[in-house]
Each structure stands twice: as structure tokens, then as C-alpha cells.
Write a protein that binds this ligand. Structure first.
Ligand code: ATP
Length: 306
């Protein structure tokens, strides 16, 4: 029996490893939302990033030909600056980030980084240049250290720990019973949305890409968490060309330009104060969100007093 149980154990081990590997690959595809129809052009060259300026020029796009999603969208994110995209749900905000990553090809117009059309460069080089902090980070069923190191697999333990600190999640991790070796993901510790987002920020800090896409979580975060995440995001976006898909208006106040998207078109654009003064869509979104935040905080105070 002994002789049989060893190989069986071994097979069990191999099976688990393979399954884990498959889960990781599946998650990676989910993470990258890989679209098989996008292919490298026959003579695609690697993207050469100088300053990392982004330019959308008269972009028209639809997932399904019958339903246009983006119509004549033009904007620039100058090197090192931050542009925030805001607008009602379904306006096409996240679509813009997917197009920059070239998950899909556009029907007409141009998307370029430092003057190079994203269609003409290799996808590998394009994606290496862009760091994406998604709304919902998928964690691998592995240690938290592994999940952070995924940003740059040759990072040392010290670098992983420093990135965690800069992402405002280091202390939280050190307080866990197994610290950085704690298992996370479906079969491990369940992290909150805000914690997962900070893991994603730590990953991105290790990757140190010249261009950054931040897709903020829609879910409400408490004020302390929001401030921690904001501090982490400010750190990671400093000096990097940053496109923020903003759901919480508090993060857009300091953006160099705010683009208000509505039904796939740019409805308003400018800085925070200018847009408030226009008393248009942005101003009304701002009012509504402020009211919602105030109501939430009042509710919290009431609960605390109970
Ligand atoms: P939210 O604030 O709710 O995240 P959004 O402005 O980011 O919204 P997008 O995710 O860009 O909106 O979606 C824009 C429109 O495109 C939506 O109407 C959506 O239903 C549609 N859409 C998004 N992804 C796909 C897809 N893969 N296939 C077909 N339609 C899609």
C-alpha cells in the first residue's frame, strides 16, 4: 500500500500544480481580457516610449456594428500629466482604456503613443509600457507576495515589501498571521475591494510603467480607505502619463484635464473649477455625488452613536 500511496500522492501533487497553473492562466486571460481577434501587424515594431504622450484623434468605435459606443472622441494626455474621464454609467469610459491597451481595434480615427499608432506596434511592447490598475483585481491563488511580485517577477523581497508600503498595504500584510506568505485568492484570504486595489497598485509600482491607466472602483469606500488609496494612487501616478477612469469625483479635482463623456461623445472638458462654473453635466454630477457622500457620512455617524 505504501508503494502505491507515494505515486498517488505525487500524482495528487502534480494534479494540484497543473490545476493551479490552469487557474492562473485562466485568471490571467480574464485579467487581460484577451481578445483573440487583435493581432500584431505583419511588420509590427516594438513601441518606443519617449515621454509617453497619449493621443486619441477622432476615434469611432463599436463592439457591435449596430451600436456605436464612441463617436468622434479626441483628446490628449500630455507626457506626465493626468487626464480624468468621467460621465454616466455606460458612457464608454472603460472602453477608452481598453482601446488604449488595444484589446479592440477602432473603426476609424487614430490612437497613438508618442506618435506611434497602437495598431503598428507589437502588443507585447504596448502592454509592457502601460500599467493598468483595474476596478476589480483578480488575485492568483497564491501568496500575497506572489501577487505583488507579478508586477515584476525578478523583484526582491525587499522591493516587494517597499512597493506594498508605498501602496499603503504593507502594515496590513505584516499584521496577517503569515505576513507576505499569506495565501490569498479564492482558496485563501478574501481581501476587500480596497485591499485588492492596493495589491494592484503595489504590482504597478514594481512594474513602473511610463503610462498608467487607473480604473477606479465604483463601490463606495469608507473615507479612511479612500484617502489611503488616493495617497497610493498619487504616488504611483507622479510623473507618469495617467488616464483615470474616475467614478469618485474626489479623485478628479486635481486632474490636469477632465473629460466628461456622455453617450460616447465628449460633452464637456476642462479643469474642475471651470467645469463647476459651467453648471452643466459635470456640475450636476458633482452635486449629486456630494449629497450622496454627505448622506452616507450622516448614516455612519448615526450608527456610531447607536
Ligand atoms: P461604467 O461607469 O458603468 O463602468 P462606462 O462608461 O465605463 O460605464 P463602458 O464599460 O465603456 O462604460 O461601456 C460602454 C457601453 O459599451 C455600454 O453600453 C456597454 O454595455 C457596452 N459594452 C461594454 N463592453 C462590451 C463588450 N465587450 N461587448 C459589447 N458591448 C460592450
Amino acid at each position: 500500500l505504501m508503494q502505491l500511496s507515494i505515486p498517488l500522492n505525487f500524482i495528487g501533487f502534480v494534479y494540484r500544480e497543473i490545476r493551479q497553473g490552469l487557474t492562473d492562466i485562466e485568471q490571467m486571460f480574464e485579467l487581460l481580457d484577451v481578445e483573440p481577434e487583435v493581432r500584431d501587424a505583419p511588420h509590427a515594431k516594438p513601441l518606443v516610449v519617449g515621454q509617453g504622450a497619449i493621443r486619441f484623434e477622432d476615434v469611432n468605435f463599436s463592439y457591435d456594428p449596430a451600436r456605436p459606443i464612441l463617436r468622434g472622441v479626441s483628446f490628449e494626455v500630455p507626457a506626465g500629466k493626468t487626464v480624468a474621464i468621467v460621465g454616466p454609467s455606460g458612457a464608454g469610459k472603460s472602453t477608452i482604456s481598453r482601446l488604449l491597451y488595444r484589446f479592440y481595434d477602432i473603426q476609424s480615427g487614430n490612437i497613438a503613443i508618442d506618435g506611434q499608432n497602437v495598431r503598428d506596434v507589437t502588443q507585447q511592447s504596448l502592454r509592457a509600457a502601460i500599467g493598468m490598475v483595474p476596478q476589480d483585481t483578480v488575485l492568483f491563488n497564491d501568496t500575497i507576495a506572489y501577487n505583488i511580485r507579478y508586477g515584476r517577477i525578478d523583484a526582491s523581497e525587499e522591493e516587494v515589501s517597499r512597493a506594498a508600503d508605498l501602496a499603503q498595504i504593507g502594515d496590513f500584510i505584516r499584521r496577517l498571521p503569515d505576513g507576505f506568505k499569506s495565501m490569498v485568492g479564492e482558496r485563501g484570504l478574501k481581501l476587500s475591494g480596497g485591499e485588492k486595489q492596493r495589491v494592484a497598485i503595489a504590482r504597478t509600482i514594481l512594474k513602473a510603467p511610463p503610462i498608467l491607466i487607473l480604473d477606479e472602483a465604483t463601490s463606495a469606500l469608507d473615507t479612511a480607505t479612500e484617502q489611503e488609496i488616493q495617497a497610493a494612487l498619487d504616488f504611483v501616478s507622479k510623473g507618469r502619463t495617467t488616464l483615470v477612469i474616475a467614478h469618485r469625483l474626489s479623485t478628479v479635482v486635481s486632474a490636469d484635464e477632465i473629460i466628461v463623456l456622455k453617450d460616447g461623445q465628449i460633452a464637456e472638458r476642462g479643469r474642475h473649477a471651470e467645469l463647476l462654473a459651467q453648471k452643466g453635466l459635470y456640475a450636476s454630477m458633482w452635486d449629486r455625488q456630494r449629497e450622496a457622500t454627505e448622506a452616507e457620512e450622516q448614516l455612519k455617524r448615526m450608527r456610531e452613536n447607536d
